[in-house]
Ligand binder design. Structure first.
Ligand code: DGY
Length: 450
């Protein structure tokens, strides 16, 4: 495979999903603008089209709520292909909704300060992007403030999610028990028809029962008129997720650099970082399993389910180097995430655990964004060997199988939607930034069975 050809193909995927001022995550399955997708997509653009990278984020922030919440979907244009549609969210029940644009009523992992910092770093002429960064800074700050003002429910420095869609990892086995225990009562759920399974086999998507609970939660939030305090009291789903909080912590570190660059006051951000780090240790670190676990805040218990996010604090520079060493060894041995003979990939769920399903969304498949976060984290701690193998495997999967949304950890098979935007943009990031590591592979010197 020629490096330039694969980069060209990746750019084509993004070009085909470009909607004029934002990028849809995939051609059919996700026809609107998704929040964390856009962050990852902007990181890819930052290497070759700064204007698009900035437009992508500016379009997303058009949907920001008055209370600072960055919604997980912005509905810029009508589409018949997706449920729940803009009208199903009824966001005008809340005075905090933006008013002039349709959005969903929940948030998603806050990767955006990290995307902005990448844009700054990758810009050859910094002057070109400084104005954009200074315009976006207060919006970024208020999106983080929203999380601490309304979701740091115990005032401990961790942020709670109220819906599996907020965590980005919708049907992770981490949420099984909570969803199973949700009793549908006192709320009328209007009949609905899923549209996702028009485009992707239902074997690869969340179950109907999970969907029913997803929609139940939305109806509950509508009943609360999107009042965050009320929702946090009433929602049966209230979790401190390791992945969400790791992305937030990393974004705080990047927001701090942006604030320093703009000579803005940094105290508030420093406070979030300090308290967050302590809370990771006190609440999310599990001594028994020697890994990080999400926490069910509604039931006050640790969710001891081994998923790829158990190691994600590596991405946010949370653990010390010795702990990273142990987490990395666990990824390779105790938790058999390691796929022998296929380099190293990080499937989303441990294949020895109950509920593992190699074809179903977040219940086993390999995702490029989780691989990318662990890869970047390992590089930052100097574990280049393992990072290189994860990066190489990501490149190989995509070059051999295509730009899939996720990949089977057991067969050579792409899953979900093809031509998926963040698969393309994160591959571009790896190939622009760390291309030297992979020169040998591209030139055919490394055996295909590393
Ligand atoms: C979906 O529709 O699958 C999304 O993940 C929800 O945001």
């Amino acid at each position: 495979m020629d490096k330039n050809i694969i980069i060209k193909k990746a750019k084509k995927v993004l070009e085909n999903n470009w909607m004029g001022h934002f990028t849809k995550p995939s051609p059919k399955l996700y026809p609107h603008q998704w929040s964390w997708d856009s962050g990852f997509i902007a990181i890819g653009y930052s290497h070759f089209d700064l204007k698009k990278a900035m437009t992508e984020l500016n379009s997303l922030f058009k949907g920001q709520w008055k209370n600072g919440m960055l919604p997980h979907i912005v509905f810029h244009k009508p589409s018949n292909d997706y449920f729940p549609d803009a009208k199903d969210w009824e966001i005008d029940l809340s005075d905090e909704a933006p008013g002039d644009i349709q959005t969903s009523g929940i948030t998603q992992p806050p990767i955006h300060a990290t995307a902005v910092w990448n844009i700054y770093n990758n810009a050859e002429d910094k002057k070109d992007v400084l104005q954009f960064i200074s315009n976006l800074f207060t919006k970024l700050l208020s999106s983080h403030r929203f999380l601490y003002n309304f979701r740091d429910v115990e005032d401990k420095g961790l942020v709670a999610n109220i819906h599996p869609w907020e965590t980005g990892i919708d049907n992770s086995p981490k949420w099984d028990m909570i969803l199973k225990n949700i009793a549908i009562e006192n709320i009328n759920i209007p009949p609905f028809k899923r549209k996702d399974i028009n485009f992707v086999s239902s074997e690869e998507r969340p179950s109907d029962d999970a969907y029913l609970k997803f929609i139940y939660l939305i109806e509950l939030f509508k009943q609360c008129k999107y009042d965050q305090k009320k929702i946090c009291k009433e929602s049966p789903f209230l979790v401190y997720d390791v992945l969400f909080n790791s992305i937030l912590h990393k974004a705080n570190l990047d927001l701090l650099k942006i604030a320093a660059l703009l000579k803005e006051d940094t105290k508030e951000i420093e406070g979030w970082i300090e308290r967050g780090k302590k809370a990771f240790e006190e609440i999310l670190w599990c001594d028994k399993d020697s890994m990080y676990h999400s926490y069910d805040q509604a039931q006050h218990k640790t969710i001891r389910v081994h998923t790829a996010s158990c190691a994600l604090p590596i991405y946010a520079s949370i653990p010390d180097k010795e702990r990273v060493f142990n987490l990395k060894e666990q990824l390779l041995t105790t938790c058999p995430f390691h796929q022998e003979n296929v380099c190293v990939s990080i499937p989303t769920y441990d294949k020895t655990q109950e509920g593992y399903d190699p074809a179903n969304y977040w219940r086993g498949p390999i995702w490029v964004n989780t691989n990318w976060m662990i890869y970047k984290g390992l590089l930052s701690y100097g574990f280049e060997d393992l990072a290189g193998k994860i990066g190489l495997n990501t490149i190989r999967l995509i070059s051999e199988l295509g730009f899939w949304e996720y990949f089977s950890p057991t067969e050579k098979r792409g899953l979900g939607s093809n031509n998926f935007s963040w698969t393309a943009s994160l591959l571009i990031d790896i190939l622009y930034k760390e291309a030297d590591y992979y020169e040998n592979w591209f030139s055919g010197e490394v055996s295909k069975s590393i």
